[in-house]
Design a protein around this ligand. Structure first.
Ligand code: HEM
Length: 508
């Protein structure tokens, strides 16, 4: 090669052809690599994308006659859904706009799902009464994977009834009486840590409710290494519940499955301690283990037995279903009480009368809990106004008609609860926080704070007990004020204040 030639920039084609002739194998490998990459691109990205688009187009054609807008393929109306979710009016404004435009039943596409939203007492009755097995529960893929196949939330029909019976028993009023002392002591201890400084109520409520439920289910101590390990794993599991379905290290779903496995290992250790007799407790787990070994009752014994994996899946189900909901409800009660001084005064009066009847040194009893009628109305009004679960998801198990719309088997349906709770025809002046709405019985399927029908919340008594006890000690001993005015909502399945409702607290 001459100097002149060396100084000139060789054209790319020249270099490539020289490489071609000198490195025939290289050329072959390169071509193979290119073909391979094209195939990978085609099969990993384009093929699934075409398949998704094809099925999206087919489903959207099916939903054709239902009024509404499906937005962009796959993305649908998710962006406006998410942005309105975080606004103070929350998902209600998304629902309301569409309801005004299309009526009580409308289609949309949110969070990767083509779905039909419906509202009103008639829709509630059809979707929640479970008559003729018209619908089944409709969890996200990630939720199903995290909870496991034998979770109560994944069963239907007779198996669902059996699980509800077994799970409902340890959550019954009679069994909960044994937990009053623990909940009371924990509420007092938690509130004692609230003096001075900034208290993020949501975080505190989260720690309180997790300690209560883990103690009721498996006697986990409220502090110490086991509670900390349990809390960390639980946090990771709950953030995977409605995450992107990517089982890739670093992603929430992958981490959640790993944390679930660690949590199940912890449960296995506790179960074997109980079976060996080295640990005896009187909790939810123990009662199910007794049923499993046939010690509890005679007759029905086979029906009352849960396998270890059914047991673990359902302990996790109760943790997931009962934790965020109770945390959010407790936080909203504290917020709404502060915002409504006359309600706070009336509630404080009820709680003071209860205390005045105590003998020296006594504390809350079960009969005191039964006297908290106004407090219970405040809880209901909180669940109406905040609607911590703004919609309930179902899947049509058969074709049926509702409000003149034909629903087809397999469709994803959502009961828009927030619009029922804010319907002025059902609740006059719905924006007002007014516990007296619950003075007289409401029409069926109008208040759905704990749901209705066969899937109605089995944790209702526990949730109310936790809130009543906590609120009793809070209002009898302390006053509080918010440190920030921010009504933004966390865009998660359970509605909670995004700023965690920071307050400052002083003794009365
Ligand atoms: C204030 C707190 C709570 C609220 C607002 C609440 C609300 C609800 C609602 C609305 C449903 C029905 C959802 C539907 O039909 O799709 C439900 C179901 C459920 N809740 Fe709760 N809940 C609370 C506390 C709890 C607690 C403490 C537990 C457990 C210890 C629990 C366990 C469950 C379970 C397992 C289900 C599913 C029932 C089934 O599918 O048969 N919840 N809850």
């Amino acid at each position: 090669m001459t100097n002149k030639k060396r100084g000139r920039q060789a054209p790319a084609v020249y270099i490539s052809s020289r490489l071609d002739s000198r490195f025939g194998i290289y050329h072959f490998v390169t071509m193979e690599l290119v073909i391979f990459l094209v195939l990978v691109l085609f099969s990993v990205i384009l093929l699934p994308a075409f398949a998704i688009l094809h099925s999206w187009a087919a489903s959207s054609r099916e939903l054709g006659k239902i009024p509404g807008n499906l937005g962009w393929p796959f993305i649908g109306e998710s962006l406006s859904f998410i942005s309105e979710f975080a606004s103070p009016a929350g998902i209600y404004s998304f629902m309301n706009k569409r309801q005004q435009r299309y009526g009580k039943v409308f289609k949309t596409s949110v969070l990767g799902r083509l779905t039909v939203f419906m509202t009103g007492r008639d829709a509630s009755k059809v979707l929640l009464s479970g008559k003729d097995g018209i619908v089944s529960l409709n969890l996200f893929y990630t939720g199903k994977q995290v909870l496991g196949p034998s979770s109560l939330l994944q069963t239907s029909g007779e198996e669902h009834k059996r699980l509800r019976r077994l799970i409902g028993q340890p959550l019954s009023v009679d069994e909960l009486k044994n937990s009053l002392h623990f909940i009371n002591a924990l509420a007092i201890e938690t509130l004692e840590g609230w003096h001075g400084g900034k208290v993020p109520v949501l975080e505190e409520a989260s720690a309180f409710t997790l300690k209560v439920i883990s103690n009721i289910l498996m006697s986990t101590e409220p502090s110490g290494a086991e509670q900390e390990k349990f809390r960390l794993n639980f946090k990771i599991i709950s953030s995977a519940f409605a995450s992107l379905p990517l089982k890739i290290p670093g992603f929430a779903f992958y981490n959640g499955i790993k944390a679930r496995d660690r949590m199940y290992e912890m449960l296995d250790t506790i179960i074997s301690r109980r079976r060996s007799g080295s640990e005896v407790r009187f909790d939810f787990l123990q009662s199910l283990l007794q049923m499993q070994s046939g010690e509890a009752r005679t007759g029905e014994a086979e029906e009352d037995k849960l396998s270890d994996s059914q047991l673990k899946d359902n302990i996790l189900t109760l943790l997931i279903a009962g934790h965020d909901t109770t945390t959010a409800a407790l936080t909203w009660v504290i917020k709404f009480l502060e915002e409504n001084p006359s309600v706070l005064e009336k509630l404080r009066e009820e709680q003071r009368v209860i205390q005045e009847n105590w003998k020296e040194g006594s504390n809350l009893t079960w009969s005191d809990i039964n006297k908290m009628t106004y407090t219970n109305k405040v809880i209901s009004e909180t669940l109406r106004k905040a609607t911590v679960l703004p919609w309930f998801s179902r899947k049509a198990a058969q074709d049926f008609e509702i409000d003149g719309c034909n629903i087809k088997k397999g469709w994803s349906l959502n009961l828009n609860v927030v619009s029922i709770h804010h319907d002025p025809n059902i609740f006059t002046n719905p924006e007002k926080f007014d516990p007296s709405r619950f003075d007289s019985p409401l029409k069926p399927f109008s208040f759905l704070g704990f749901g209705s029908g066969p899937r109605m919340c089995p944790g209702i008594n526990l949730a109310k007990l936790e809130i009543c006890v906590f609120i009793h000690h809070l209002v009898c001993r302390y006053q509080w004020k918010p440190l920030e005015q921010d009504d933004t909502i966390y865009p998660t399945l359970v509605r909670m204040p995004k700023n965690k409702y920071p307050i400052s607290v002083e003794p009365l």
